[in-house]
Write a protein that binds this ligand. Structure first.
Ligand code: ZN
Length: 249
């Protein structure tokens, strides 16, 4: 008998049998997975383009996010600098874009949770995020959530909150407008579409809020959420952001 098959657990046998009937493939490159691999093949897993943004309070994502915020803050108001981190880079040519897309459009929840745990573990060790006391997912409009069956940002937020040992509250923000999906509108239009689309529904006491979304592109969605939160929280409450992926190199 093949040495890989001896001493295999019942779960291993079930996976092996499942692979015969319906082979599993790497979400990044599409190569068929071996028994020991899960979601990603070994080469793709060892090549994940991590951003390491969590190690630096000033990074390209934080700069973009804070620039967006400053566009809205009235002169003379002292606004707490928002920290920002994404787990890995994402671009249109990279197979790693399939990770957030599979979570968003193909209900790949266990894949999403695995990467959310990776993000959460890094944030839990980062100085900048050590005093986060509330995690808030970017909400979906109820029509989209009903259509999709879940909110991908909430899937990530729950795991990140568990890693940080703080509550995740889905009812803080509410999405008021049903906006076209990002893929069907240009970046400029997206920014204007999303502005004013959120409202604070139930205020939960916090000193450092962490907003969670699946992907950071222009930062307009997160800046719109920030603006809504700011109406309910004083400028001393820091509002930081974290996502699975960041559109970049
Ligand atoms: Zn692969």
């Amino acid at each position: 008998m093949d040495s890989a098959l001896t001493g295999m657990s019942l779960r291993g046998w079930v996976t092996a049998l499942g692979d015969l009937i319906l082979p599993r493939h790497c979400v990044v490159c599409g190569r068929r997975l071996t028994l020991a691999e899960r979601h990603l093949c070994l080469p793709c897993r060892s090549d994940i383009p991590y951003t390491h943004f969590w190690e630096r309070t000033h990074n390209p994502m934080a700069d973009k996010y804070n620039d967006r915020i400053r566009e809205q803050v009235p002169d003379g108001v002292e606004e707490a600098y928002g920290y920002a981190a994404a787990l890995f880079y994402y671009n249109s040519e990279s197979g790693y874009k399939n990770i957030p897309q599979a979570l968003k459009y193909r209900a790949a929840l266990s894949l999403g949770r695995e990467f959310a745990d990776q993000l959460g573990a890094r944030l839990a060790e980062a100085e900048a995020f050590s005093d986060v006391d509330l995690v808030v997912p970017v909400p979906l409009h109820w029509r989209r959530r009903r259509g999709r069956g879940y909110n991908q940002a909430a899937v990530i937020a729950e795991r990140v909150a568990a890693c940080l040992g703080v509550p995740c509250c889905r009812t803080v923000l509410r999405r008021l407008r049903y906006t076209p999906s990002q893929t069907s509108v240009g970046m400029e239009r997206k920014a204007s579409n999303v502005w004013g689309a959120f409202r604070v529904e139930s205020r939960v006491e916090a000193r450092h809020i962490l907003l969670i979304d699946d992907t950071f592109t222009t930062g307009s969605t997160l800046a719109a959420c920030h603006a809504s939160l700011r109406q309910a929280y004083p400028p001393s409450v820091r509002i930081s952001v974290a996502t699975l992926s960041y559109v970049g190199p």
